[in-house]
Ligand binder design. Structure first.
Ligand code: HEC
Length: 129
């Protein structure tokens, strides 16, 4: 029980710290890795040649056109959307996938916290090139 309490205290401290920096706009890729691990990894791989699981492999995603990865069956909506992925389009989509791109088959509520979103995009840029 003592160990559990210590763990909780560390978690609470970490949460308090991340709230304090919530206004920072430039993303922190190290923190973004955690966001990816908890919210995206179940459905996406990032490395070159990685498998397309529920969602497409994301290697080389930045500056690519949406819905054009090889070997994955995208929704009509994603292919028609035909935007180039950059910081802004990525943040818009990941904040609210269905709102940004009606008809996308990515079942994900969205990353609502601006700091987490910025961290995530920073991490994606590093990890997919
Ligand atoms: C439940 C599974 C699931 C989760 C969780 C998920 N995705 Fe997806 N993702 C998908 C699917 C399915 C698609 C294909 C959507 C389509 O074709 O409409 C997709 C598409 C994408 C695309 C467009 C890829 C391309 O080639 O144009 C990006 C970028 C993306 N996801 C990033 C993320 C990120 C970052 C997260 C975490 C915040 C995430 N996804 C969470 C399933 C998921």
């Amino acid at each position: 029980m003592k160990r559990l309490n210590t763990g909780l205290a560390v978690l609470v401290a970490a949460l308090a710290m991340s709230t304090a920096t919530a206004q920072a706009q430039s993303g922190d890729a190290t923190k973004g890795e955690r966001v990816f691990a908890t919210q995206c990894k179940a459905c996406h791989t990032l490395e070159r040649g990685g498998a397309s699981v529920a969602g497409p492999n994301l290697y080389g995603i930045m500056a690519r056109r949406s819905g054009t990865g090889q070997g994955y069956g995208y929704s009509e909506a994603m292919r028609r959307f035909a935007i180039e992925w950059n910081d802004q389009t990525m943040a818009n989509y990941l904040r609210d996938p269905k709102g940004d791109m009606p008809g996308t088959k990515m079942v994900f509520a969205g990353v609502k916290r601006p700091d987490q979103l910025a961290d995530l995009v920073a991490y994606l840029k590093e990890a997919t090139r």
